[in-house]
Design a protein around this ligand. Structure first.
Ligand SMILES: Nc1ncnc2c1ncn2[C@@H]1O[C@H](COP(=O)(O)OP(=O)(O)OP(=O)(O)O)[C@@H](O)[C@H]1O
Length: 695
């Protein structure tokens, strides 16, 4: 038989099995649908039953509806490539691997879930360690149709003539596919070193490092799917949080987990980790460096001890014909004493009132010939409306945002900072808040710190809040303190500032962690301080750690990565640079011109005609707005414009990098940012520069 007809015959064999699986899935879907209907009937019935039966019925309904919905969701997510692998072993057994475990009506295995221990050999078997696997086959489908297969022969000596082997490399086929709006899952082609990190135990901290394009993000997300599968009870109930660097990044990765049937994972970026305060800008590097350092915590702690700018500076009250007066100094002493107490400021107003009354009593007691009893004075003054009015103005309940807005005044920030910040630093930071154009990413960590330092004001109870028939699924206010996650994934961990580590650490008090990053791509100026804050976030140095290093760059062509490697030669050791496996024979293009904008769009237009997927223009931050406007006018949906920092974690088929020297100069860790930008393209890279001697 010719090679083509062997391939076609094998595709037909696999199609037969795939058809059986889809028929069975249709049955399962009908069963789940029936279960959901039954659940709704129960709920309807509950409304007509006696009250004491309602709770039990509602509970049963909830469990049923949730279970059925989960099954339907999983079945719906597996629209493409439900079955993607097959193993033929020495014992003559054939096993199919897919996105979901499926058994037939007699409980015979039709497909093994890729996350099950039984599927591990699909990813871990190699020619050196074949694990009894003779042939590993990757099955590629479109919808429910098998379109291609690729085989790896792992034990040639055990292969029988009846076992054909076709194709050359499912991995390469997948790597050369065009890139689109969203990242795709890699379940069919996870590599051995990646699989080890994905399947590591949930406990403690799993650190995954690797250079650009080594699949760190992909691995972290597949690990989430794996942990939810293996430990759904532990992980699913209290939730998994995935934190990425930017909203563009979270949107880019947003489809990966749903495509694996997991959509109850919270994806957040560092700019929207705090509800009600989304960041709309990024500070210039010198400002971000100050705001991110642990020194800011000391500044904030001092700031919240200051009296509000509109607080009264004197308390005068007439008691039984005598004037009792607390002057500014007395008031400052009382304020300091209340701050030194056990409760947080927003929960200390009652303490403040008591301390003021106590001070008034001491004042009265010091007067000669003024015989009053302490208890009488405290009760009588404590009931006076004028006293209450004073307390409300003097001990104000403040929000985190109030505090930062106050510190936009250079004088006030200087006072709060004492010797902690230099004059220049005070001016930089105060001015950034005075601009009033919304919060920056670095501000979010400060607001979160203040949330904890200030405490939540006591809630007034309202009877109407109580609804015995509210759905039982998510108790209202559950995540109010953000600290109930069971697992937290931090992507691009090398860029978190110490203050950001504190913010995520608060959310992971009871969590285990997966932390992925690449020290060489770091844009944070003080890695030692960040490292310390990171250790603290994990619960101290005694927390169990395991480390994995990824060494293969799957994104860039060897030609592109070669150029990128040159720019970080001074800041990276050779073993920190991954190995790019794919050569395209196309070298990066360097175009020298002073007409940067025109040239960049010309090159982008040309690249759009060559590649099927997206083209990214990466420029210095100062040029982004004008480039975006031009791109918008061009109306090309496959074209994106980002700056160096925004490009973190993203990828495009082709990249036009504009004026690399500018990227280097605009950040304190310039060569690293340029390295990030140079490693975003999968196929083509064009550099447009006015510097004839670049690189
Ligand atoms: N085993 C694999 N099979 C197919 N594609 C893969 C595999 N591993 C990684 N990739 C692809 O390589 C690209 C890079 O992966 P990913 O973005 O996860 O890398 P990264 O290490 O997070 O990169 P960076 O640090 O540069 O942002 C993605 O398109 C991903 O789908």
């Amino acid at each position: 038989m010719s090679e083509t007809s062997v391939r076609e015959a094998e595709i037909a064999v696999e199609q037969k099995h795939v058809d059986i699986v889809y028929a069975r899935v249709a049955e399962m879907r009908a069963e789940a649908e029936a279960m959901r209907v039954r659940g709704d009937e129960l709920a309807h019935g509950a409304r007509n039953e006696a009250v004491f039966e309602q709770a039990a019925m509602l509970f049963e309904r909830d469990v049923m509806v949730r279970h059925a919905t989960q099954i339907l969701r999983t079945l719906d997510a597996e629209h493409e490539g439900l079955v993607f692998g097959r193993l033929d072993s020495t014992d003559g057994e054939t096993q199919y691997v897919g996105r979901l475990g499926v058994r037939d009506g007699d409980f015979e295995n039709l497909v093994t879930d890729w996350r099950a221990p039984a599927a591990a050999a699909f990813y871990q078997a190699t020619a050196e360690m074949p694990m009894e696997v003779i042939r590993r086959r990757v099955i590629r489908s479109t919808g429910q149709s098998v379109v291609d297969i690729d085989d790896d022969l792992l034990m040639p000596e055990s292969r029988q003539d009846s076992m054909p082997v076709v194709g050359e490399g499912a991995l390469m086929a997948s790597l050369t596919r065009a890139r689109g709006e969203n990242m795709r899952d890699i379940v069919a082609t996870i590599q051995k070193e990646q699989d080890e990190a994905i399947r590591a135990p949930w406990r403690g901290v799993t650190e995954i490092t690797g250079g650009p394009g080594t699949g760190k993000t992909a691995v972290a997300l597949h690990r989430v799917a794996y942990l939810l599968y293996r430990d759904r009870r532990r992980m699913g109930g209290t939730g998994v949080l995935v934190v990425g660097p930017s909203p563009a990044f979270t949107s880019y990765i947003s489809r990966v987990l749903p495509s694996m049937g997991e959509d109850n994972v919270e994806l957040r970026s560092l700019s929207d980790l705090l509800d009600g305060a989304a960041a709309t800008k990024v500070d210039p590097a010198p400002v971000a460096a100050v705001k991110g350092s642990l020194r800011m915590r000391r500044v904030l702690k001092r700031a919240i001890r200051e009296a509000p700018h509109d607080a009264p500076t004197e308390l005068r009250i007439v008691y039984r014909g005598e004037v009792l007066k607390l002057e500014a100094r007395d008031l400052a002493t009382v304020r300091a004493a209340v701050h030194n107490g056990r409760r947080l400021p927003n929960q200390s107003r009652v303490d403040a009132a008591e301390a003021l009354l106590e001070a008034l009593w001491r004042k009265a007691d010091s007067y000669e010939d003024f015989p009053v009893k302490r208890a009488d004075l405290i009760t009588e003054l404590g009931e006076r409306i004028e006293f209450h009015r004073f307390v409300v103005m003097w001990w104000q309940l403040v929000t985190p945002a109030d505090v930062l807005r106050t510190l936009a005044d250079r004088r006030l920030l200087a006072r709060a900072s004492g010797r902690v910040l230099t004059r220049t630093e005070v001016d930089l930071v105060a001015d950034s808040w005075a601009e009033g154009s919304g919060w920056s990413v670095a501000d979010i960590a400060l607001l979160d710190e203040l949330r904890v330092l200030l405490g939540r004001p006591p809630k007034r109870r309202r009877r109407a809040d109580f609804d015995p028939f509210a759905p039982v699924s998510v108790p209202s206010g559950r995540r109010q303190d953000y600290d109930e996650y069971s697992h937290i994934v931090i992507d691009e961990a090398q860029d978190l500032s110490p203050m950001q580590w504190r913010m995520v650490g608060r959310r992971g008090k009871y969590a285990s962690w997966t932390v992925v990053g690449d020290p060489v791509q770091s844009s944070w100026p003080d890695p030692a301080e960040a490292r310390q804050a990171m250790d603290a976030a994990f619960g101290g140095p005694r927390t169990q750690r395991r480390r994995f290093g990824l060494r293969t760059n799957y994104r860039n062509s060897a030609e592109i990565f070669d150029l990128a490697g040159k720019v970080v030669r001074d800041v990276a050791t050779p073993d920190q640079l991954p190995h790019a496996v794919r050569s395209t024979g196309v070298d990066p293009v360097i175009r020298v011109t002073t007409a940067l904008t025109d040239a960049a769009f010309e090159e982008a237009t040309q690249l759009l005609s060559i590649v099927d997927g997206t083209v990214g223009i990466i420029t210095a931050t100062s040029r982004v707005d004008s480039f975006r406007a031009t791109a918008e006018a061009a109306g090309e949906p496959r074209l994106r414009v980002v700056d160096g920092l925004e490009s973190k974690g993203l990828e495009y088929d082709a990249v036009v990098l504009v004026e690399p020297d500018e990227l280097v100069h605009e950040s304190s860790t310039g060569p690293r940012t340029l390295y990030v930008a140079l490693t975003r393209a999968t196929q083509r890279l064009t550099v447009v520069t006015s510097n004839p001697s670049w690189p």
